[in-house]
Design a protein. Structure first.
Length: 327
């Protein structure tokens, strides 16, 4: 009887060892992902993010979990979504597409590392106190969005050399609005072009200001970067097409939904850099020790289908400089 009990105990101990070994294995890290938009039309940037994580040694579903939270263009949902990720006890939060999501994440936690992609100066936006030593729990990538108004105006001039009145659409609540206005006014003055500055801070005002451009017979308009305009990109492109007003937008996502052309940051490059920092933090780096990087890669996207609808012929030299042509 004692011998049978001894064998049973040995067998139980042997069966228990694998369970104990599994229990001692480290838990798979969880990356929180917070975005103000939706997954639609973002496959290329999500792929860049995953590729960068993979290069750092983290493959989704194999040795890292990614918890996605999309606000579906309802930015007021971001605080609640950020709080969900904090309750999920994620290892790090990625906010690769703008400062609005980053502000929501920072309000939800002061301890979980945050890696952002910011379209505004992250110091002026209050995300960090220094580029070289961010301190706190956030660092990330600052991509150029301001300072490009003059270049966008120049591209409109190449496409429409006889354009006389050009609209400049801004959100007056954007911290870069005044600087962009001054920049574009100066550039227009240098070439004798007239600028009509238009302000819109909601969907109804977008309708009104584009209708006013039609009444004033504007030759084209230049869009200034802002989360509201990105959210309302289909509305903007649809109205521009309906009114027959050529426009240059701020990122490829506008051209992908029918916008004539866009000039702005190479967003896949930004998301790759965010993924790289996520990997370093998962390996033990502290966000306060990782300097804020600046992505300087820019891309020009031209939609030939839209140019044909407008009856416009893209100059060969302009077409040759395009990073992507949508046909």
């Amino acid at each position: 009887m004692r011998r049978r009990q001894f064998i049973t105990l040995l067998g139980g101990a042997a069966a228990a060892r694998p369970i104990a070994a599994r229990a001692q294995q480290p838990a798979m890290p969880v990356v929180g992902f917070l975005h103000g938009g939706s997954p639609a039309e973002r496959a290329h940037v999500i792929a860049a993010f995953r590729q960068s994580l993979g290069a750092a040694g983290y493959v989704e579903g194999q040795n890292v979990i990614i918890e996605y939270r999309w606000a579906d263009d309802q930015l007021d949902r971001l605080p609640a979504l950020a709080a969900e990720l904090v309750r999920r006890r994620v290892s790090v939060i990625a906010t690769p597409a703008g400062s609005v999501a980053t502000v929501a994440a920072q309000a939800a936690t002061t301890t979980i590392p945050i890696v952002f992609g910011s379209e505004n100066d992250p110091i002026k936006a209050g995300l960090v106190t220094s580029f070289n030593r961010p301190s706190g729990n956030a660092t990330g990538v600052y991509f150029l969005s301001g300072g490009l108004g003059e270049k966008r105006l120049g591209l409109i001039g190449e496409l429409l050399p006889r354009a006389d009145l050009v609209g400049l659409l801004l959100n007056p609540n954007n911290p870069l609005a005044d600087a962009t206005t001054a920049e574009v006014r100066a550039a227009a003055s240098a070439v004798g072009q007239q600028i009509e500055v238009l302000h819109a801070s909601n969907s109804q005002e977008i309708d009104a200001v584009l209708a006013s451009l039609l009444q004033k017979r504007a030759s084209a308009f230049v869009l200034s970067p802002d989360p509201l305009f990105f959210t309302r990109r289909v509305q903007l492109v649809t109205l521009a097409t309906r009114y027959g007003i050529p426009a240059i937008y701020t990122s490829r996502e506008f051209a992908q939904v029918g916008g004539l052309m866009s000039y702005g940051p190479d967003l896949p490059d930004v998301w790759r850099q965010v993924g790289n920092y996520i990997g370093r933090i998962l390996k033990g780096a502290k966000p306060g020790d990782l300097p804020v990087m600046q992505s300087t890669k820019l891309e020009l996207v031209i939609n030939l289908q839209t140019s044909r609808a407008f009856g416009l012929e893209i100059p060969p030299m302009l077409l040759a400089r395009a990073d992507e042509v949508i046909e």
